[in-house]
Ligand binder design. Structure first.
Ligand code: BG6
Length: 492
């Protein structure tokens, strides 16, 4: 598949990605307030997580301890350093900095925690890539203001950004305003991403959907993001501030023109609506038509359109895990995927969590996106959620994960050969962490194993999987040595 001419650029940013609420723990330490993600219980592949309006005694809330990075970050960052990471994608927990969201002064202890994290990264020559809001907001904002449906959230978010931009002006260069902002285009997206609180405690993904509220909340996030981009550039013109989209690659199931149109429509509405606003600074025509057809009447205040135009992002990032199909035929078999269900593709195999594995879909997606925007891109999430077995000697032979990542790296290399300006790659969950979709620990993505099970039991000790040694070799060779044949030697 690989042509000898194609290489990763010499300064390619290899690394890994995480999010505060799935990693840190310490949910009520250091002056941190409750976050929307602290209210979500653990589930499994077949049992939905629940979002509760009060903390229920006896329920398991996986974000509360997560993998205890709050206390172990130095050890973890040293392991990232050992793998040769050039970049580390992390998020900041908003409620660590503004415990209630509407506080006038930031929480110094929270800021100091991230001072220490950034200092540790610097020690290992790792560039931070910071997501400002990764699927969480202070829970108090949900209660008091009904989350992002309220326009006041824009000001609270911008104040939070200003605090971060000023404090970390000389420490952080790469920022992302919102993780997977396009989740708000999906019916369950508002609750899942913590943007819109449910009326009552309920299973995640089952609350009543209100499209008007959902798209209004999204509009507020667009304005907040654009204001943050503008402000960030004023504070430090060297900042690179990007968008982050859950790229949902959807093929037409057949050559029936109806299927083809459906696939294009899904691509437009779920993927491109958000990035068109964030990259080009305007709502696309198809969005206006969609709003009209669905009876959605956005409140767009005077000046909002100018703000959007002035706050275009510097680069585009996305997550990519799998692909699905769409069809006009209602009787086709459904299958899961990151954030959205779709139809089964007869040519693809799926993971244990039913996400179809499709490396070529990544090449297709990168071309599709780059041909539209022509700005630098990063793949900031990609990976295989799988069950790992620890052998008697403590080793973990995760050949399936190596195989998945290898094929996706080859696909990225091809996309670079096609002309895509890809500048970085941070596979998801570089250290095992809590699954966002199911709340499980069992669904592991990491190069680093964390000894903790679904019930929360385990020593939390870290150990290196085979993929750890393999990825180290990939980074050292700048993506040239992808064969895992030497892993056992490297292990010694
Ligand atoms: C992305 C999210 O959608 O997918 C992450 O940004 C999430 O937070 C990742 O963890 C993988 O999904 P899951 O459900 O396997 O954790």
């Amino acid at each position: 598949m690989n042509t000898p001419m194609t290489k990763f650029p010499a300064d390619f940013l290899w690394g890994g990605a995480t999010a505060a609420n799935q990693l840190e723990g310490g949910y009520n330490e250091g002056g941190k307030g409750l976050s929307t993600s602290d209210m979500i219980t653990a589930g499994t592949h077949t049992t939905r997580r629940r979002i509760t309006l009060e903390l229920e005694p006896g329920s398991n809330y996986p974000s509360h301890e997560a993998i205890d990075y709050y206390h172990r970050y130095a050890e973890d960052i040293a392991l990232f350093g050992e793998m040769g990471f050039k970049v580390f994608r992390m998020s900041i927990a908003w409620s660590r900095i503004f415990p209630n969201g509407d506080d006038t002064e930031p929480n110094e202890e929270g800021l100091k925690f991230y001072d220490r994290v950034f200092a540790e990264l610097k020690k290992h020559n790792i560039e931070p890539l910071v997501t400002i809001s990764h699927y969480e907001a202070p829970f108090a904002l949900s209660k008091k203001y009904h989350g992002w449906t309220n326009r006041q959230l824009i000001d609270f978010y911008v104040r939070y950004c200003e605090t971060l931009f000023t404090r970390y002006k000389d420490t952080v260069k790469y920022w992302l305003t919102f993780n997977e902002i396009n989740i708000l285009t999906l019916p369950m997206g508002g609750f899942f991403g913590g943007a819109i609180p449910p009326q009552e405690s309920s299973e995640l993904g089952t609350g009543a959907d209100n499209m008007q509220e959902r798209y209004q909340a999204l509009h507020h996030q667009f304005v907040a993001s654009a204001k943050a981009v503008k402000l960030g550039h004023e504070i430090n013109p060297e900042f690179k501030i990007g968008c982050m989209i859950a790229y949902m690659c959807s093929y037409p199931l057949t050559s029936n023109p109806e299927d083809v149109l459906l696939a294009q429509n899904k691509d437009n509405l779920t993927n491109f609506l958000c990035s068109d606003v964030q990259v080009r600074g305007v709502y696309p025509g198809f969005a206006k038509r969609y709003f009209q057809e669905q009876g959605i009447q956005l409140v767009i205040e005077e000046g909002d359109e100018q703000i959007l135009r002035e706050g275009c992002v510097d680069y585009y990032t996305c997550s990519y895990y799998s692909s699905t199909c769409v069809s006009a035929d209602p009787d086709q078999q459904q299958i899961g995927g990151n954030m959205s269900m779709g139809l089964k593709n007869p040519y693809l195999k799926a993971s244990d969590w039913e996400w179809q594995i499709d490396p070529q879909g990544l090449r297709w997606s990168l071309n599709n996106i780059y041909n539209r925007y022509g700005i630098p891109m990063m793949v900031v999430e990609n990976g295989l959620g799988a069950v790992d077995t620890v052998e008697a000697d403590g080793s973990i032979h995760d050949a399936y994960r190596i195989d998945y990542l290898k094929q996706h790296i080859e696909a990225m290399k091809e996309a670079i050969g096609d002309g895509v300006d890809l500048i970085g790659y941070t596979p998801w969950g570089c250290i095992d962490l809590v699954s966002a979709g199911t709340g499980e620990m069992k669904k592991r993505y990491g190069f680093i194993y964390v000894d903790k099970d679904n019930e929360g039991k385990g020593t939390l000790d870290r150990s290196r999987k085979d993929s750890f040694y393999w990825y180290k070799q990939v980074i050292a060779s700048n993506g040239e040595q992808l064969e895992p044949s030497h892993v056992q030697e490297l292990r010694r």
